[in-house]
Design a protein around this ligand. Structure first.
Ligand code: CU
Length: 300
């Protein structure tokens, strides 16, 4: 094919006009507890089935595959700005703790926004996944690009990242002084290591602490329980509304004062953990083959 100056100019002009139709997208999130803003070390009453008072010490989560929704229900992916800090590829970290008070596991910086662009158009809603995509979830966090480089949001190579981490002290009497508090660490479980051959039991139930086992040193080939929650908020206008994540709604059917027997403190996502089903339901994740609409996120 002969390339003329005219055709080059035409191609350049088309590229410029296409680029000009990309429009900025900014989604603002807010972490709340019963409608009040989350604050490290704050006290929030009437949480969970025992109406406990909680003092939170972490509130961070990863979202991915952010999309705008058209009136016909189809999704337009949002291209995230690659900012070398909060966003990498299709993943963004929302971080509401500022390392003050009891939030000693955290980082001083906070981030409440997802920033990107999409073709200009008429959009009526927003969708995103709570979690890290499989392709990025089983890397080595010590080598990960920010924000996938935080050891406090990572289990191990096999289990991957903690998609959501909310930690808290609780006022409840049953465990006061011993194993006090409650944590929510959401992530994939029952992950098979690469190189494992069929017939074995699924290994690597996430939630392990301390030294990774041999299996944990290998990346996962697949996880029986991905535990990634797709969240759809129809009727959402990013220019006027905020996406609220409310801990009280997340814990509304959970007893946070009495840890269920023979399980990790709070819910660390293990399939056998009796502290998890109410939280999974609130996230719209399947429990016993049933799924109900999520209630953790809502539009302001
Ligand atoms: Cu944990």
């Amino acid at each position: 094919m002969r390339i003329t100056l005219a055709s080059l100019l035409l191609a350049t002009g088309l590229a410029l006009s296409a680029a000009a139709q990309e429009t900025p997208v900014i989604l603002t999130f807010a972490a709340q507890i019963g409608g009040e803003p989350f604050r490290c070390g704050g006290a929030y009453a009437d949480i969970g089935t025992t109406k406990s008072t909680v003092t939170p010490s972490d509130f961070r989560f990863y979202v991915s595959d952010v999309a705008l929704i058209r009136a016909d229900g189809t999704e337009q992916p949002v291209a995230l700005t690659q900012d070398q800090k909060w966003q990498y590829q299709t993943v963004a970290l929302l971080d509401f703790e500022d390392k003050t008070g009891p939030c000693s596991n955290g980082t001083a910086d906070t981030n409440a926004k997802v920033v990107g662009s999409a073709p200009a158009g008429a959009y009526t809603g927003v969708a995103f996944t709570l979690g890290v995509p499989f392709a990025l979830n089983h890397a080595d966090a010590t080598l990960g690009a920010s924000p996938l480089n935080l050891s406090t949001l990572f289990w191990n190579w096999l289990g991957g990242y903690k998609f959501l981490r909310i930690d808290m002290d609780t006022s409840g009497g049953a465990q006061a002084g011993k194993d006090r508090g409650f944590v929510i660490h959401l992530g994939s479980t029952a992950c098979q290591p690469a190189g494992a051959h069929g017939g074995g039991m699924p290994m690597g139930t996430a939630g392990g602490h301390g030294t990774p086992s041999g299996a944990a040193m290998q990346p996962a080939q697949s996880c029986a329980n991905p535990n990634r929650a797709r969240v759809v908020l129809p009727g959402f206008d990013p220019a006027k509304q905020v996406i609220l994540a409310d801990l009280k709604a997340l814990l509304s059917e959970t007893n946070i004062d009495v840890n269920q027997p023979e399980s990790a403190l709070g819910c660390m996502s293990a399939p056998s953990d009796g502290d998890c089903p109410g939280i999974f339901r609130a996230l719209g994740l399947p429990v016993g083959g049933q799924t109900v609409p999520q209630r953790f996120f809502k539009a302001s």
